[in-house]
Design a protein around this ligand. Structure first.
Ligand code: PA5
Length: 448
């Protein structure tokens, strides 16, 4: 049984049911090419089978290592960028206490991140904290050559070796990288780090259910088997029936493509739970890198309500009418806090005294949805009962599959990212990287 529900009734005053159902033949065809691995980018479809294929040996190795690292670490640093970072952060943040970094004597290491930017001050401040705390780290890079994590790892490798000595440092570093290629694999072999492999046929942004996501999630104290179980459950639902009326992936892919065709070119993911902030960031990367190419693609944006109703809410209600919303609606909170009653009632809140805060949030959600529909913003809704490992596993697989399907409907390869190279080429030329001499000369002339 799966938990996630998809509802698009609040888009039907913008696009017709008939136009959505017209996607069924191509959806059937695209599912076949995904499952038979015959479509565009078919050498990067390994993620489809991850929920079924996770080996007992790998899971046990991950769990054992996670226990060992948890015992000796107050902090666990995850070094990586893009798909080698956002999946882990999305899940860990969704499951964590909101103030985990401030919790005294928490029984799990605080997971923090590096290599996702090139800020000198960020790294300085990180080193200052790591001077005072026991820590270990994973360095995650499929290619092993990405500049941001490579710079961060060089700095943290020096730090950890100085802090603990080389032999102990080696026991505190885990490398997650490609099977054969790449500098990181060579370094890990030479230094004898514990290593996990990113399968060749799984691209970064589809890698959260590999050790890329699973190790940090396990070190943070969460159940990776339950996460995989959620993904497996929704996988079998997806495989059993492709029809738009029964399959939430088919429905989501069809509706968002039809909205896009009707001029709604920006999709805003909306959540009402701050713990889902990085889930939205993960989704933005997944959809942005997968669909945004060949001058096409829905622009993925994100907001957190009700916070952003006091900023972006104005634009969404009244600005350019090229947007639609996809709301992640959580039915039940983990805890209950009620609005207290006040004798003086100066703030005039006694009309909701005794009401659970989540109920206030739900009414805010309903009121906002209606206001935005009235303002010309179609509303898609994904409902989940709770935020836990199983449901997050479902959500991950749901969005991955819908992204692949949507990309095929759009007729792009959802598994490459050629556009990411342009900034790298310029940066290497500006930094004077060997091999980029011609580009260096050209770019220096251009910026004179
Ligand atoms: O989704 C992707 O493929 C990218 O976002 C990569 O994950 C990102 O560029 C990091 O690459 P790598 O893991 O090779 O360091």
């Amino acid at each position: 049984m799966t938990h996630l529900k998809f509802d698009y009734k609040n888009a039907l005053s913008f696009v017709s049911e008939a136009s959505i159902n017209a996607y069924q033949p191509q959806i059937n065809k695209h599912f076949e090419s995904l499952f038979n691995k015959t479509g565009k980018g078919n050498d990067f479809l390994g993620w489809i089978d991850l929920p079924d294929n996770a080996s007992e040996e790998m899971l046990q190795k991950l769990e054992k290592l996670a226990v060992a690292l948890r015992q000796k670490s107050e902090i666990f640093v995850v070094i990586g960028i893009g798909g080698s970072y956002l999946g882990a952060r999305a899940i860990v943040d969704a499951l964590n206490h909101h103030f985990s970094q401030l919790k005294q004597n928490g029984d799990s290491p605080v997971v923090i991140y590096a290599g996702q930017n090139i800020s000198e001050d960020y790294l300085h401040d990180l080193l200052e904290i790591l001077d005072q705390k026991d820590y270990s780290m994973s360095v995650i890079s499929k290619s092993g050559t990405t500049t941001e994590p490579a710079v961060a790892f060089r700095i943290l490798k020096n730090h950890i070796e100085q802090k603990y000595g080389v032999a102990e440092a080696r026991k505190r570093i885990v490398a997650i990288t490609d099977k054969e290629k790449g500098a990181l694999k060579q370094l890990a072999d030479e230094e004898g780090y514990e290593t996990f492999i990113v399968p060749d046929d799984v691209g970064g942004r589809y890698s959260v259910l590999t050790p890329v996501g699973l190790l940090p999630i396990a070190v943070a104290g969460y159940n990776i088997r339950t996460l995989l179980k959620g993904a497996k459950q929704i996988k079998s639902q997806i495989e059993s029936d492709y029809s738009i009326s029964k399959n939430p992936v088919s429905a989501y892919a069809a509706v968002r493509n039809e909205l896009y065709k009707s001029g709604k070119t920006t999709e805003i993911m909306v959540n009402y739970e701050p713990r889902l902030y990085y889930f939205t960031e993960w989704w933005k990367q997944l959809y942005g890198e997968s669909e945004g190419k060949e001058n096409k693609g829905v622009f993925p944006a994100g907001v957190g309500f009700t916070t952003d109703l006091h900023s972006m809410g104005q634009y969404i209600q009244d600005g350019l009418r090229n947007i639609f919303e996809t709301v992640i609606s959580v039915e039940k909170p983990d805890h209950q806090v009620k609005v207290p009653s006040e004798a003086k009632n100066l703030d005039k809140l006694n009309y909701i005294a005794g009401m659970p805060i989540h109920e206030v949030n739900r009414q805010a959600e309903l009121g906002t949805t209606l206001a935005h529909i009235d303002g010309g913003v179609p509303n898609l809704r994904i409902t989940i009962p709770k935020v836990n490992e199983e449901v997050l596993g479902e959500m991950v697989y749901f969005f991955e599959m819908a992204c692949a399907l949507s990309g095929y409907i759009l007729d792009v390869n959802p598994f490459d990212q050629p556009g990411v190279e342009a900034y790298k080429k310029n940066m290497f030329a500006l930094l004077g990287k060997p091999g980029f001499e011609k580009e260096t000369e050209e770019i220096r002339k251009r910026i004179k």
